[in-house]
Design a protein around this ligand. Structure first.
Ligand code: SME
Length: 160
């Protein structure tokens, strides 16, 4: 399917309504979980004008391993409780980081990154199978509204 450019509204409710539609448009009917994550990440990268990295880390044994992503090359493995991603995994809680320089233990993949949003991806039993990681060059770019707006959308993602 060829991508059709859309303009996202500034109103957060309308933004996430359109984002959910776009995710459905480019993932519906796909049975391969990796392909779904790949296109999901591409939709998000197109939606967040100031995101410089969007991608997944997947729980593999005792660490997070890099999955599909959009952006510069990144660290491929993150330990439990390490960095923003490992913290989201360990705490099973989304991390909204206004300025990564203020996050103790932040793992820098791009020196231009200032803000980060990491959401844990959960199974039906509430355990974590991965995280969605988004970086931005704009301090404070991601807010609790983005955390809450994304939560129902990522809840439907399939585990590879
Ligand atoms: N900043 C993340 C590491 C992943 S790179 O941003 C893609 C962290 O601290 O966990």
């Amino acid at each position: 399917m060829s991508y059709i450019e859309v303009t996202y509204p500034t109103d957060k409710a309308a933004f996430y309504e359109l984002l959910a539609e776009q995710v459905k448009l480019y993932t519906a009917g796909e049975t391969d979980a990796v392909a779904v994550l790949a296109n999901f990440g591409a939709v998000l990268k197109a939606a967040y004008a100031h995101a410089n990295w969007v991608g997944f880390y997947l729980v593999r044994g005792g660490e997070l391993v890099l999955g599909p992503f959009q952006g510069k090359p990144a660290v491929s493995r993150i330990g439990y409780g390490k960095g923003v991603c490992g913290t989201a995994w360990a705490q099973n809680q989304a991390q909204v980081v206004e300025e990564v320089a203020c996050f103790a233990g932040h793992i820098a993949c791009d020196c231009n990154t200032h803000a980060e949003l990491v959401l844990p991806l959960r199974r039906a039993d509430g355990t974590v199978w991965g995280v969605l990681d988004m970086d931005s060059v704009v301090p404070g770019y991601f807010t609790e509204q983005d955390r809450d707006g994304l939560a129902p959308i990522v809840a439907a993602l399939p585990q590879p």
